[in-house]
Design a binder for this molecule. Structure first.
Ligand SMILES: [Zn+2]
Length: 293
């Protein structure tokens, strides 16, 4: 169904821009074909978003970012993670959005709240009360007009142990280096290389088997974005790709397990803290755009 060479140069482009193919994605397709000929794994056409789709994801991103800003202003010791859930759920729905996690494959809440040794997919709970010294990742995905935007931040409450504070700061640096490594016509492995190199330098461990993902039309799309990688390897990063960078990094060992009772929450085996930051970004012709800022 994506048979490009059948498109005439004067036919409308496959991206539905309304432009003639020769004035739109023809040179793009030629460039992709050239990389492919040289053995580079290239994205499928359904991983390439149109300008209209990126505009839609940005709109969802605006609500999502405002929801995270709200959490940043309101989060405090003594609050339950259920309180965060209620606040964010109301905020998103009042603006015409839908919290993507709610009822997603049975997930019961409108966001994920992952505390201390929880790596990801923590479930908001009225009995989980934020305490002095806690670190927490709040991960929100908003659907708006059918488009998805996904981001998360870390919050530190009260007197966080200096070594844990340092850890969270380094995880943020790793994440920022990962985002910086995304370049048009670069490679997916560049991201994981940048993140993992910095984490290792500080003695921390990147979780290899839970990673980022394409996003925008659906919650989880291809490609899988591994946060451990090798520069110059992996899928070509072509303009129009939209995906998350969201390294999960452990202060201790990499090993994790999933909560048997709820089927979701992922914990470190050694009980040491884990931290994560996340954005949704678009690869453009001349750089990148973070769609959740
Ligand atoms: Zn086009």
């Amino acid at each position: 169904m994506f048979n490009t060479h059948k498109i005439g140069r004067n036919d409308p482009c496959w991206c539905k821009s309304g432009l003639k193919y020769k004035n739109c994605h023809e040179s793009f397709d030629q460039k992709i074909a050239d990389y492919k000929k040289h053995g580079v794994p290239v994205p499928r056409r359904d991983m390439i978003k149109t300008k209209e789709q990126i505009d839609g994801i940005r709109e969802a991103g605006l609500i999502n970012t405002a929801a995270l800003d709200l959490v940043e202003r309101e989060i405090k010791i003594g609050m339950s993670t259920e309180d965060i859930n209620t606040m964010v759920h109301n905020f998103i729905t009042e603006r015409g959005g839908i919290p993507a996690t709610l009822n997603y494959e049975g997930f019961p809440k409108s966001l994920c709240t992952s505390l201390n040794d929880e790596i990801c997919h923590g479930i908001p709970d009225k009995n989980v009360i934020l305490a002095d010294g806690d670190i927490i990742n709040v991960d929100i995905t908003t659907i708006y007009n059918g488009y998805y935007a996904d981001a998360s931040r870390m919050f530190m409450l009260g007197n966080v142990k200096p070594e844990v504070k340092k850890f969270v700061e380094v995880v943020k640096e790793c994440f920022e280096l990962g985002v910086k490594a995304v370049k048009p016509w670069g490679r997916l492995g560049d991201i994981g290389d940048a993140i993992n190199t910095h984490a290792k330098k500080h003695g921390y461990v990147v979780v290899r088997d839970i990673g980022g993902h394409g996003v925008g039309i659906k919650f989880h799309e291809d490609p899988y974005v591994c946060h451990v990688g090798k520069e110059g390897t992996g899928m070509l990063l072509a303009p129009g790709m939209v995906f998350t960078v969201e390294p999960m990094i452990n202060m201790g060992k990499e090993e994790f397990y999933v909560d048997e009772k709820n089927g979701w929450t992922v914990y470190t085996v050694d009980g040491m803290p884990s931290a994560q930051f996340e954005v949704t970004l678009a690869v453009l012709e001349d750089g990148i755009e973070i769609l959740t800022h």
